[in-house]
Design a protein. Structure first.
Length: 319
């Protein structure tokens, strides 16, 4: 009887400090799965790291046949690394896991049991709290999920991680969506399937520094909104109509006051403020339209999501 195989995708960007800790943990989990007659394989995706990440990965892969890697020609981003991992694995089940151990490998055993014993197609994890995060960052993260829940038809789970275990059928469905501008959390939800959510206490990085600063997270949130909602376009249209109505009413009031009461038309400072305010609204609405247009422009180019520079060749069954 053929052993079941779980493919673990590990996106890596400058993770030289975290990788030794990650390997120790995933090795323990691999041994536990071996007892269940389940084979575990790991695919490291080096996203153009500038430190010794690739060298450490190569050394680990050389010493362990169940470890594999691909390396990008440059930094394409985590979304590209996730997509590359999904394209280059063939396990019966596939999971995505960060190298910094913020995605506890020990949860993989419980995730597998839910799929095998209770018939789920996928099992994801979500943080029950954001302990250890800056207050401002946590506030805006929670705000984002509240907003996206209101304006998008695709369900977004607050605190959800990219870490999830999926059947091959789910992976195949995700790979059908070859869009260049990717927001994986939304894509995972969009494909549907029966999903179980596990909660866990937030875990801080085991080593190294996060690559996600506030600005990058803010832009990533905007990408998610643009990818899964057209509500901002509707808002800009509503604002345009609203200000047209307000301006029309004000014109009527000014004409009425001038004709009936002989009130002179004055107020240069207030007029300047109004002009600046309305101009700001116009630029804001143009910015929203431009954001959607720019994403469409990138999609029409049909550029590859990632470019592989090198990969290990020791096992043709996976890569």
């Amino acid at each position: 009887m053929k052993k079941e195989k779980i493919s673990v995708i590990v996106p890596c960007y400058n993770e030289e400090e975290s990788l030794p800790y990650f390997f120790k943990e995933i090795e323990k989990i691999s041994e536990k799965f071996a007892e269940k007659k389940v084979m575990l394989e790991v695919l490291f995706v080096d996203d153009g790291s500038k430190d010794k990440t690739l060298k450490i990965i190569k050394d680990l892969c050389q010493e362990n046949k169940w470890l594999h890697y691909i390396s990008f020609s440059r930094n394409f981003g985590k979304e590209a690394a996730i997509y590359a991992g999904l394209e280059n694995t063939d396990g019966d089940y596939v999971t995505i896991m960060d190298a910094d151990l913020q995605d506890p490998p020990k949860l993989l055993l419980e995730m597998y049991s839910y799929i095998k014993d209770e018939g789920y197609d996928a099992v994801g994890v979500r943080r029950s709290n954001r302990k250890g995060e800056p207050i401002v960052r946590s506030f805006f993260a929670n705000l984002f999920y509240k907003i996206i829940a209101k304006i998008s038809k695709t369900e977004m789970i607050s605190g959800a991680r990219d870490y999830r275990l999926m059947k091959k059928q789910v992976v195949d469905a995700i790979l059908q969506m070859k869009e260049y501008n990717r927001y994986s959390k939304g894509l995972f939800s969009f494909v549907g399937f029966k999903t179980k959510w596990l909660e866990y206490q937030n875990v801080e990085r085991v080593a190294g520094k996060t690559k996600w600063n506030f600005w990058k997270l803010l832009l990533y949130a905007f990408d998610g909104i643009i990818a899964f909602s057209t509500a901002p376009l509707a808002i800009s249209t509503f604002l345009g109509i609203l200000f047209c109505i307000i301006s029309f009413i004000l014109i009527i009031i000014i004409i009425f006051k001038t004709l009936v009461f002989g009130d002179p038309v004055n107020g240069w400072p207030s007029l300047v403020c109004i002009i600046f305010f309305v101009s700001g609204i116009q630029l804001f609405c143009m910015g929203i339209s431009s954001a959607y247009l720019s994403k469409t422009y990138l999609e029409t180019k049909k550029r590859p999501i990632y470019i592989i520079k090198e990969k290990d060749e020791k096992d043709k069954d996976i890569l």
